[in-house]
Write a protein that binds this ligand. Structure first.
Ligand code: ADP
Ligand code: MG
Length: 231
């Protein structure tokens, strides 16, 4: 990607690094890290926050109280990386907990927050803070999830990660629910979800028999997947 360096030269640099070159007096921005479950969103969020801490920046991390899967007071990756955070009930509670000297804000599981999260992130970025938001872009039906689509629209940087499809080994962009629960928010990990690509994803899977899905017996095999017709 082309970027305009301070001396006016055009440089070939990746999108993520462009932001750091442009960091000057007006340093506030929003970064979104999204994708399906198991795609490494929390790992990537933790990686970015660790770098900020090494650079001695003042960092605050938040997550919705709804996400208590592995820990009440940490963001935790499926690979068991951890980072202490402040759980909050609603997005506006973040405002009261950010100090004036805070430089970097991390928010995990952003899809569970209310729509006001977009205004909260915009306000903090406008104050000069770097806001890094991680969350599921789609729910278990493949529908854009909570405040994520609007956050992606206003963000300066969006990274869409992929996992590995548990059926065919392709690039997974969807979170397949393996049970017959119908609520949009059902907290779980490998007990309830697996990563799948577009072709292997089946939003109706859990409802087919009205029974809890048994992954080993009913999972489609490679032969069941329709072949792509080329030309
Ligand atoms: P996310 O926050 O996107 O749910 P995490 O950062 O918590 O993801 O976890 C990513 C880790 O999940 C990977 O490094 C890997 O160890 C593990 N993992 C489990 N299933 C898969 C999969 N199908 N594809 C890729 N990684 C997976
Ligand atoms: Mg995560």
């Amino acid at each position: 990607m082309e970027g305009n360096a301070a001396d006016g030269r055009l440089l070939e640099i990746p999108q993520g690094e462009l932001m750091f070159i442009n960091q000057g007096r007006h340093s506030g921005w929003i970064e979104v890290v999204c994708g399906p479950m198991f795609s490494g969103k929390t790992e990537e969020l933790i990686r970015r926050l660790r770098l900020s801490l090494i650079a001695k920046q003042k960092v605050r991390i938040f997550k919705p109280m709804t996400d208590n899967r592995y820990s009440e007071e940490h963001i935790v990756s499926h690979d068991d990386q951890k980072f202490v955070c402040t759980p909050v009930a609603v997005s506006k509670d973040i405002m009261g907990k950010v100090k004036d000297h805070t430089q970097v804000i991390g928010i995990d599981e952003a899809q569970f927050f209310d729509e006001k999260l977009v205004d909260v992130c915009q306000t903090l970025a406008n104050r000069g803070m770097r806001v890094i938001v991680a969350g599921l872009d789609q729910d278990y039906l493949g529908v854009p999830f909570g405040p994520m689509p609007n956050l992606m629209a206003v963000a300066e940087s969006v990274l869409k990660l992929k996992a590995i499809c548990m059926v065919c080994g392709g690039l997974a962009s969807k979170s397949q629910r393996l049970t017959n629960e119908n609520a949009q928010v059902v907290i779980g990990a490998k007990d309830r979800y697996e990563a799948r690509c577009r072709a292997c994803f089946d939003p109706d899977l859990g409802n087919e028999n009205g029974l809890p899905f048994e992954p080993d017996r009913q999972k489609p095999t490679r032969q069941d997947i329709p072949r792509q017709i080329s030309g």
